[in-house]
Design a protein around this ligand. Sequence first.
Ligand code: COA
Length: 424
Amino acid sequence: MKALEGVRILDFTHVQSGPTCTQLLAWFGADVIKVERPGVGDITRGQLRDLPDADSLYFTMLNHNKRSITLNTKTADGKKVLEALIKQCDVMVENFAPGALDRMGFTWERIQELNPAMIVASIKGFGPGPYQDCKVYENVAQCTGGAASTTGFRDGLPLVTGAQIGDSGTGLHLCLGIVTALYQRTRTGRGQKVSAAMQDGVLNLCRVKLRDQQRLAHGPLKEYSQYGEGIEFGDTVPRAGNDSGGGQPGRILKCKGWETDPNAYIYFITQAPVWEAICDVIGEPGWKTDPDYAKPDARLPRLEEIFARIEKWTQTLVKFEVMDILNARDIPCGPILSMKELAEDASLRATGTVVEVEHPVRGTYLSVGNPIKLSDSPTEVRRSPLLGEHTDEILREVLQFDDETIADLQKGGALGDLVKMAAE
Ligand code: COA
């Protein structure tokens, strides 16, 4: 069996943050029923399309293992179907703009009336406060959660990162809240609200920077390059370039081929316990005993010089050679891997972290599989549903509706044009 077998999710999510969460639940075995607007569906189906008339990779890569029902929940009939679904599901997950669910008529109180055991999980941009009504996308969350002000170089603009810490990061947070609430429900029998704000999620991931903010009151942040460069600190955490976020100084260094390959670099960490091995490998054995270099504190004002010397060595080798030599000596490092290299990585394919998926319209595509591996609940990645592909199946199997009821719903327009959608 799968870990969440028997759990039914009413998936009212769209774009990236919510779908990340419900995809994980589906991978763990929950029956995820994605409710979409007839004829339109999740907006991402049509965004950043690489193939005409095929669901985009944006959509397919975030909606595996789900079923899709099309339903206009703003019609009276659509609301009745949604009410029936609420009674049959364990969890509702939504990431509409603030107030949208209430405007649709599905307040927390109403949902509780329909199903007191239901867990209602929501992602919003902000928690309660001055910005609670704002619509929020990924980069807004990165900027308001502290990531942008601390990313980039000191003398450059704040930067957003490619890792979707606002959307996918908050989806992960919400997912943990949901399984925790499901566990609590096994003892209380009651549902509860689970809320994750994107600003909070990003700040949680920037925890070390709030640490540094407080350390600033007690002196300069000595592991930041700026300290070694003799540049004074202000009253807020500066951008630290590629400095390591932990207590072990690290940098991105050039490797052989950097002049033409934008990813011929390696992250090198001068971890204190392996300092002697580093000195040997780069050809500076004297630094093992020289009082200016032997101890971590002595090295802090000299990091520029030290990393320049290490880079002189890394530039003589390709990044994978550097990795092999350093790993043999337990020196922590990480080559900068391009998306192309990751897509072709045999070990990621072997573990199912990178998977090939078959899709009836778009053919074979690559996706990131479930990064969380459960030994007793393996993940099989199944393609995302076509828009409304399971409408009929869900009405019959989950809601036990008969032919006549379904025909009436179709006539009234609550489900949209099923024939047309199946062909899309
Ligand atoms: N049937 C009928 N109406 C539906 C529907 C359905 N099946 N599904 C959605 N709708 C309606 C909603 O009720 C809403 O109507 P309303 O504005 O009249 O109340 C409307 O569709 C649009 O929903 P909304 O969430 O406002 O979409 P948007 O495209 O305007 O905004 C976001 C998108 C992401 C900015 C916004 O949803 C948001 O801020 N979400 C929370 C934060 C978040 O998750 N952001 C990251 C997304 S990756």
